[in-house]
Write a protein that binds this ligand. Structure first.
Ligand SMILES: [Fe+2]
Length: 278
């Protein structure tokens, strides 16, 4: 089931849809893009976390009444500055995955220094959560070497489809393609906000394939890993800070170290193995 892990769909909460009509239009665009399930991820600092489940359930009913076949799950997008202020119960409310493999979406900062991402990711891992790093390609202060360190500690990258289609400018696009080629495990998500900033998995996947990235890698990032991460979770935090080397032309230390330890790592290994054979 094609699953979006980063998507602003709740109406009137953040800078996403303004009202039910816009949410319905956006949800319809998602289904037309081939998506069957969306994790709704409002900016956590703007959302009433006590109402998150209820709002998601209500929107689900609104979509059903409108004839839009889109399954919803409650979630949220953490900014690095949010983490320290949230108690464990609130983080749990935002997390996904089974016990022992719970994870959270943490956005890479667009403006602040990479140190804020480092400290927030470390804190989440120390508190028992895996980390999906949102739109690292948009974070010019977060180099690939830093991301490689987070992946070594169990994180997976979430690239914005909109970056790959050029919606966030040339630099984000260039970094997005570079990360897609880096050998680091990644998923695509739309980070959609409105019909003006719409779902774009299909054009982004086509752009990656047109750029020479193997179709199996792209399909994994769109159709395999997002569902695997949502249902099977992300592996537990690890203490090693050893960086993960690129896999081009060689064996993946990521695969060697994680094989058998995490469902998503196994899924990642499948597409990395396919990539090496291609
Ligand atoms: Fe977002």
């Amino acid at each position: 089931m094609r699953t979006e892990l980063h998507f602003h769909l709740l109406p009137g909460v953040d800078d996403g849809p303004a009202d039910d009509a816009e949410s319905i239009a956006l949800a319809r665009l998602a289904t037309e893009d081939g998506t069957a399930r969306v994790v709704v991820t409002p900016h956590v600092r703007l959302a009433d976390l006590d109402a998150l489940d209820r709002m998601t359930e209500r929107l689900g009913e609104v979509l059903r009444e409108a004839g839009v076949a889109l399954e919803l799950r409650p979630g949220g997008e953490l900014s690095p500055d949010d983490v320290a202020s949230l108690d464990q119960e609130r983080l749990e409310r935002l997390a996904h995955g089974p016990p022992g493999a719970r994870w959270l979406l943490l956005e890479a900062p667009l403006f602040s220094r990479t140190r804020s991402l480092d400290s927030a990711a470390d804190e989440l891992q120390e508190r028992g959560f895996g980390v999906l790093i949102g739109h690292p390609e948009r974070s010019s202060g977060t180099p690939e070497s830093v991301l490689r360190g987070h992946v070594a500690r169990g994180a997976v990258l979430q690239l914005n489809a909109s970056s790959l289609t050029g919606a966030h400018g040339g630099e984000a696009r260039r970094r997005g393609f570079a990360l897609a080629r880096s050998g680091l495990p990644f998923v695509l998500a739309s980070d959609a906000h409105s019909p003006a900033r719409p779902p774009s998995l299909t054009p982004a996947a086509a752009a990656l394939i047109a750029a020479g990235i193997h179709e199996s890698t792209v399909r994994a990032a769109v159709d395999v890993l997002p569902e695997a991460i949502l249902t099977a979770g992300l592996g537990a935090a690890r203490t090693s800070r050893r960086p993960v080397p690129a896999v081009h032309g060689g064996r993946s230390r990521l695969g060697q170290r994680e094989r058998g330890t995490s469902p998503v790592a196994r899924a990642a290994q499948i597409f990395l193995d396919r990539r090496r054979r291609s």
